[in-house]
Design a protein around this ligand. Structure first.
Ligand code: UT7
Length: 332
């Protein structure tokens, strides 16, 4: 029987207009452009302004662009998965809200929570529905409004994160392109190093939880850094190894944009030169589930059919993984 692969057949993206620069952050916390640039590679990030606008607003913009570019009727979408840790609200799922906003009235939809690895987890999940022959059009969204859970008085986190969302369309193909392999891992014992303490069932929102700043991201940066460097590189090397790929076979590394130093270390371990590493951390910062689809969005015009891509991420949970994708189309 011919094997069905899930091919990425289009990319959409959205970043808010407002640009929060390192210079503006210098006026808010005790930091400076030189520290932020040399330690993270970030120069600016986007912030979603406007009352009542959440992650679904950005996700719907990204999906609308995707549908327009791929000339897809929203009613033909079978499934929409949204990866996010900043849902509009605990329920309904942000995916339900996005599907409604774009008119995907025949789709079922749900969220995946895997922090910075959310998009690749969702991509692998969505691909399985295509590979099994169950569905023909699956939309994968990754997006976060990180500014809604960031304490702009905490210099260790507010310099890193930004807002944005991206989306891809998955469709079946019998050609040897698309999502060809993936490895994913998680380890909940990493929770103490990176989490948001309150607002869930353990510590519901109270005046005390708000006063104690427990609704903001808490991160022990250097501990997370060590786990991220090792695990992102290890898992990427593993996926390459089991597909007999050498550094020179990879057209693009598509790494989660958390820190330029983590990305450089991963690329070097994989034998991939800088010119084949997608990077936009300088202009968007870390948009959590948004980073990988936003890279594909920014670099889409440079991708050619048959290019080997390794998508790799590490994030809160801990969660991590790597996906081997053979690009399915030439620029249009
Ligand atoms: O995406 C999800 C997963 N997250 C990650 O992968 C993030 C991983 N971690 C990181 O990217 C880095 O650890 C950070 C960028 C968060 C921090 O960089 P670092 O090189 O690990 O710095 P550090 O936390 O070890 O702090 C070094 C110094 C400290 O001062 P002392 O104790 O040496 O005097 C900090 O207080 O830098 C200080 N510092 C700052 N200085 C200026 C921390 N934040 C700032 C700041 N501006 N914004």
């Amino acid at each position: 029987m011919t094997k069905i692969h899930a091919a990425i057949t289009g990319v959409g993206g959205y970043v808010p207009e407002y640009i929060l620069t390192n210079q503006e952050l210098e006026t808010m916390v005790d930091t400076n452009d030189e520290w932020i640039t040399s330690r993270t590679g970030i120069k600016e990030r986007r912030i979603l302004k406007g009352e009542g606008l959440g992650t679904s607003y950005m996700g719907a913009k990204a999906v609308s662009e995707l549908l327009e570019k791929t000339k897809t009727d929203p009613k033909d979408i079978d499934l929409l998965i949204c990866a996010t840790v900043t849902p509009d609200m605990p329920f309904p799922a942000t995916a339900n809200l996005i599907a409604d906003q774009v008119g995907a009235t025949n789709a079922f939809s749900y969220d995946i929570s895997a922090a910075c690895s959310g998009f690749i987890y969702a991509l692998t999940t969505g691909a399985k529905f295509i590979e099994s022959g169950s569905y023909k059009k699956v939309v994968i969204v990754g997006g976060d409004k990180m500014s809604s859970i960031i304490n702009y008085k905490d210099r260790t986190t507010c310099i890193i994160f930004g807002d944005g969302a991206g989306a891809v369309l998955l469709e079946p193909t019998t050609e040897n392109v698309g999502i060809l392999d993936s490895i994913h891992r998680s380890d909940g014992s990493g929770a103490p190093y990176l989490h948001m303490k309150a607002g869930g069932s353990r510590i519901p929102a109270t005046h005390q939880s708000v006063d104690a700043n427990q609704h903001y991201v808490y991160q022990e940066g250097s501990a997370v850094f060590k786990f991220a460097v090792t695990n992102m590189a290890d898992i990427s090397a593993k996926v390459m190894e089991r597909n007999n790929l050498k550094g020179e076979d990879i057209a693009w590394l598509v790494p989660h944009q958390a820190n330029k130093r983590i990305i450089d270390a991963t690329a070097s371990r994989m034998g991939i030169t800088d010119d084949r590493v997608m990077m936009n951390i300088e202009k968007y910062g870390n948009t959590t589930a948004g980073t990988i689809p936003l890279l594909l969005w920014d670099y889409e015009k440079q991708l050619k059919k048959g290019d080997n891509l390794i998508l790799a991420a590490f994030g809160g949970g801990f969660t991590w993984g790597a996906v081997y994708v053979k690009w399915a189309y030439n620029p249009f």
